[in-house]
Design a protein around this ligand. Structure first.
Ligand SMILES: [Zn+2]
Length: 165
């Protein structure tokens, strides 16, 4: 074997190894990607079930507070079709009387996540407030929520707080 042939062989060998390695890497990431996709589907299903469970519990709880059971219910009333509903919701508001956001705390734009602890304007601690739900928020935020039920004997019973869909 000539030196040139040897070099070519070495190059091919190296090349071949690199290809195998690249192929192996692809296989490895393909497998990881597939597993992740499968897991993501399962996870989403689990979350769906978990969410439905939350809704079911929230609904049963709201019925219990109203002194009703499922058997008393003729139909559920959603936020979008709730005429005359005056419910409450919890929001995070800024405690600081000098903060600009204090006066906007019922405004939809300044609603902060419930887990947020401090005001992003003044850094003072936020407080949890129970406020009436405005008509606008009822339509925008709670349109699909269950806000009450119509009973078999024709009464409209409102829930204190909307139950997530
Ligand atoms: Zn503030």
């Amino acid at each position: 074997m000539s030196a040139a042939e040897q070099v070519v062989n070495v190059l091919l060998e190296v090349d071949h190894d690199a290809h195998v390695k690249a192929y192996d890497r692809l296989k490895q990431w393909d497998a990881a990607y597939d597993s992740h996709k499968k897991l993501a589907v399962l996870k989403r299903k689990a979350l769906d079930v978990f969410g439905q469970l939350g809704t079911a519990i929230g609904y049963e709880r709201a019925l219990a507070y109203a002194g009703l059971t499922r058997d008393d219910v003729a139909r559920q009333i959603r936020g979008a079709n709730a005429h005359g509903y005056v419910g409450t919701e919890q929001i995070k508001g800024c405690k600081n009387p000098n903060c600009d956001q204090k006066y906007e705390r019922f405004n939809r734009r300044t609603h902060r996540p419930m887990e947020q602890e401090t005001c992003n304007q003044c850094n003072e601690p936020l407080e949890t407030l129970t406020v009436p739900i405005s008509k606008q928020r009822l339509e925008l935020v709670y349109g699909r929520h269950i806000v009450g039920v119509e009973t078999n004997d024709g009464q409209t019973i409102w829930f204190k707080e909307p139950v997530a869909p």
